[in-house]
Design a protein around this ligand. Structure first.
Ligand code: URA
Length: 237
């Protein structure tokens, strides 16, 4: 990345002020005064200093949590225990959830400080897939499955987009993949088939699965570069 971009991205100096600071010899790259604001530096390797103080480079962080039931995706304690409480303390202020899960929904919830990534994963245009393990009050019949596959009326005129369905361990369980994220979407889809969700767990989001990430309930981790690339790919369609 260009030195002036680095200085502005880290909120050290505007590009214009960076030029002036470089002219005055106030910026060093690995101990050597920089002479050109357009020089390419490696933000992860090179040590950049302004007035002799190291400028740390904050990389974006995206975090995956296996959300337990009972936590809310809201910072308002009146709604319940904020799911943010389960993040490492140093990340709590920094990260926002990518979409929401209901209080009693468990499973994969992503957080990020990368606004572009969040936007691309949530944009209805990108059809990012989310898969849920759905347990129901009544058996899900083949006819229900076909209706869910085709799209059901969610009430107030909204119709769900075609979904993918796989059978679960018995007739009271299905594995449902949807590529949109409307409010209470899965619950409303099951309601449209005159059924009721008794337990809901998100097992995958944008190609990332809880199984591959080996996260137990309540556990979380920062995504690896490979996992991030997978997500970015899914968000760029
Ligand atoms: N659909 C729902 O109804 N609830 C969730 O938490 C997620 C998807």
């Amino acid at each position: 990345m260009r030195l002036d971009k680095f200085l502005s991205e880290t909120n050290t100096l505007s590009r214009k002020d960076a030029k002036a600071a470089i002219k005055s010899g106030l910026i060093t790259v690995n101990g050597i005064p920089a002479t050109d604001s357009s020089v390419n530096i490696s933000e992860e390797i090179d040590e950049i200093r302004y007035k002799n103080r190291i400028i740390p480079y904050l990389k974006n962080i995206t975090y995956a949590l296996n959300k337990p039931a009972g936590y809310v995706c809201s910072l308002n304690e009146a709604d319940g225990i904020p799911v943010h409480n389960l993040l490492p303390p140093e990340l709590r202020k920094r990260l926002n959830p990518i979409g929401r899960l209901d209080k009693n929904t468990t499973g994969l919830l992503l957080f990020t400080d990368d606004g572009d990534l969040a936007h691309s994963l949530l944009s209805p245009k990108n059809h990012v897939e989310k898969t849920y393990l759905v347990n129901t009050l009544k058996p899900v019949t083949d006819e229900d499955k076909n209706r869910l596959k085709d799209g059901v009326n969610l009430g107030d005129g909204e119709v769900s987009l075609p979904a993918k369905i796989m059978s679960g361990k018995d007739d009271f369980e299905i594995i449902l993949t949807i590529c949109e994220g409307k409010y209470h979407q899965v619950k409303r889809m099951m309601q449209a088939t005159c059924n009721k969700v008794t337990a809901l767990k998100r097992i995958s989001f944008g190609g990332l699965t809880l199984e591959n990430m080996k996260l137990n309930e309540g556990e979380g981790k920062i995504l690896s570069e490979a996992e991030l690339s997978e997500l970015r790919l899914k968000g760029s369609k």
